[in-house]
Design a protein around this ligand. Structure first.
Ligand SMILES: [Zn+2]
Length: 330
């Protein structure tokens, strides 16, 4: 068993890189991408007549929120596929092509999408390096939940080293994130700042209406305990007055031990937990077994927009989650 004590951001980046290089022959990939880019260079240079602001986003939730803010002004691309586990990304040459020609990068932070650093370096687009004004750190200003106490150690799990990165599942955080996005787009394209603000305001109006609806739908279930496979939901629970009744992966990113599963089954019986949320991209066998043992309903849901048809935008994604979870709790 590998064990690595980490301290601080450089070590965390190393960790991300190591996981990536496990997935791809990185040096070889970067070389072949450099070759492709050299060939494609001329074709990629934007002509003035079609100089739309090009924005690249790492994850589907940020893609959805960025599209809401950018409106017609920006062309927004997404690196991860809809329905893909963000903790388990493979870097591809096509990602580097997207990043190569982008003006703005919107990233999640909290090491959720640390793989983007490899893509940015491979794409040789220094404007999109961490800390550049062309980079939007979407997590800025978010109150991060489940920040590990003390030093970060692999024994705490493979992911979530800086706290839970799944903050967009609280709609109140979408207010902060769209603020970060609007400010970032305006830094790069100040001539469109008023359009970004107007788009954001219209989105937040629709979101506020939706939030009132969601709160009403989930109000009868306040205090209900829910178990999930991955620790994806702390922000969702806190937004809607639900309570975490346990997590099957006791350490994020690492399959649970039989001892943990047995203890969780006892705990769920004692607490009367009736719903298990299973993120659609994780293996389901353990959750199925626990559902059989406890009589709980196993609800398979996507954790991010676009994995289910019709949920490509942020509000329809949350609408889907709230409806499905309310139905399961009935
Ligand atoms: Zn996670």
């Amino acid at each position: 068993m590998r064990r690595l004590v980490l301290a601080g951001a450089p070590a965390l980046l190393e960790l991300g890189l190591r996981r990536l290089s496990r997935a791809v022959g990185l040096a070889r990939l970067v070389r072949s991408v450099a070759f492709v880019l050299a060939l494609a260079g001329a074709a990629l240079a934007p002509r003035a007549a079609e100089a739309k602001l090009r924005v690249v986003t790492t994850l589907p939730d940020l893609f959805a929120l960025t599209r809401a803010v950018a409106g017609d002004v920006g062309a927004v691309d997404l690196i991860a596929r809809f329905g893909q586990n963000p903790h388990d990304m493979e870097v591809r040459p096509s990602h580097m092509l997207l990043v190569r020609r982008a003006d703005v990068l919107v990233r999640n932070g909290l090491e959720e999408d640390a793989w983007i650093d490899v893509i940015v370096r491979g794409a040789a687009n220094p404007r999109l390096l961490r800390g550049s004004p062309n980079v939007v750190e979407a997590s800025q200003g978010i109150r991060v939940l489940k920040v590990p106490a003390g030093h970060v150690d692999r024994s705490l799990g493979d992911v979530h080293p800086l706290g839970s990165p799944h903050y967009t599942l609280d709609p109140d955080n979408a207010v902060i994130v769209t603020g970060n996005i609007a400010a970032g787009l305006a830094r790069v394209a100040p001539e469109h700042a008023r359009a970004f603000e107007a788009n954001r305001a219209a989105f937040l109006d629709r979101l506020a209406d939706a939030q009132r609806r969601w709160q009403a739908v989930l109000a009868p279930f306040r205090g209900a305990r829910i178990v999930s496979y991955h620790d994806s939901w702390p922000y969702f629970y806190s937004a809607f007055g639900l309570v975490e009744g346990g997590v099957i992966e006791d350490r994020p990113g690492i399959p649970p031990s039989p001892q943990h599963v047995a203890a969780l089954i006892r705990q769920m019986r004692d607490a009367g937990v009736t719903v298990i949320l299973q993120e659609s991209w994780y293996p389901r066998d353990t959750a199925k077994l626990i559902a059989q043992e406890t009589g709980a309903t196993l609800l398979v849901v996507p954790q991010s927009p676009g994995a289910v048809k019709g949920t490509e935008d942020y509000i329809s994604h949350l609408e889907y989650l709230v409806g499905a979870i309310a139905d399961a709790l009935k």
